[in-house]
Design a protein around this ligand. Structure first.
Ligand code: ZN
Length: 337
């Protein structure tokens, strides 16, 4: 239970209800302020119950469009359960066009939250103690933000062993994207501090995706996001599209679990992508170049692929410092083990 976040309507209300999560706040302009986060409840009065989140990171727009579109346009006659939509979870970050909140907080590292903490921490605590326990499945929509562009893909961070691996791999194919990307767990990070990691540990069915990025939401990437979200909801069984359980198209996994998949800038400069995302490359093949536009005689540095595979991630805005990620390449596999 949260004593600092309350919805402006009952989640058990049926039909379509739109309102806010109201969060206790105290600002320079108002000592007794309330932070308002838009939330839409689409409820036929039955299970399954699904939480759909866009904008976990503020500068990842495809999911915000797809979630907002779902909340505005879903035909309630096709609803077979309950869908709770938060179109933009990190609203202050989206206003600032940044990945993180203006406070510097990364919403996707805040779980289980703190009901007496910052606005973001209060919201994370509310999700952790009320919304996520209430739902059967959680859909968390991401993209590369300003810093990266992902080949639009369903994603999963898959353990090599354990009961959860098979269902995560099954879920990731529901996005119906050309490839699904498989990540390792982030080193030196508690996986349950992430929203999907927390929800998975709570026994919920998890659906995540990286749907484009580089701060440009195109008609193509947003279209993939909308179609993927519709496929996921149909797979969960919370909507009936007239073509229940769509035929899977995702049959190929880009395996990004190896350390050599990650390419980091060896020099500070201006990074030029020489290959589009989705390109197949050989080990040693030229993929990019770092330019030194502040040095008139210094030649550019070539960047070669560490390994063979498909380029799943390219650089967004070009300015990089030493250690920034500039590309991720993984081999394509038919199965993951
Ligand atoms: Zn993200």
């Amino acid at each position: 239970m949260s004593g600092t976040v309350t919805p402006s309507f009952s989640l058990s209300a049926t039909g379509r209800t739109a309102g806010y999560l109201k969060v206790g706040d105290s600002t320079n302009s108002s000592g007794w302020a309330t932070f308002h986060l838009p939330i839409i409840n689409l409820n036929s009065g039955s299970a399954p119950k699904v939480l759909v989140i866009g904008g976990n990171h503020g500068d990842e727009y495809e999911g915000q469009f797809a979630a907002a579109d779902l909340a505005a346009k879903l035909d309630l006659a096709k609803l077979r359960g309950q869908i709770i939509v938060i179109p933009c979870l990190s609203l202050p970050a989206s206003y600032a066009s940044t990945r993180l909140w203006p406070t510097g907080e990364n919403f996707n590292r805040l779980f289980p939250g703190d009901e007496n903490g910052s606005i973001a921490q209060k919201l994370a605590h509310y999700l952790a103690t009320e919304l996520i326990p209430y739902c059967d499945a959680v859909v968390d929509l991401h993209s590369g933000g300003r810093g990266h562009y992902f080949f639009p893909s369903g994603t999963a961070s898959v353990p090599t062993t354990g009961d959860g691996a098979a269902s995560l791999l099954d879920n990731v194919t529901a996005w119906q994207t050309e490839y699904a990307i498989i990540f390792p767990s982030q080193p030196r990070t508690n996986v349950t501090a992430l929203l999907p990691g927390f929800a998975a540990a709570a026994g919920k069915s998890i659906f995540t995706a990286e749907l484009g990025g580089a701060a440009v939401a195109t008609a193509r990437s947003v279209g993939i996001a909308k179609r993927g979200l519709a496929g996921v909801l149909s797979r969960i069984g919370v909507t009936s599209s007239g073509e229940d359980k769509p035929e899977l198209r995702t049959k190929k996994f880009v395996d990004m679990r190896a350390p050599e998949a990650y390419h980091n800038a060896p020099e500070a400069g201006l990074y030029e992508n020489l290959k589009p995302a989705g390109s197949a490359v050989r080990a040693g093949e030229l993929i990019g170049r770092i330019h030194f536009t502040d040095s008139p005689n210094r030649p550019a540095v070539d960047i070669q692929a560490n390994c063979a595979g498909v380029i799943g991630v390219i650089r967004g805005y070009p300015r990089v410092k030493v250690g920034d990620c500039i590309a991720v390449i993984g081999p394509v596999r038919e199965t993951i083990d």
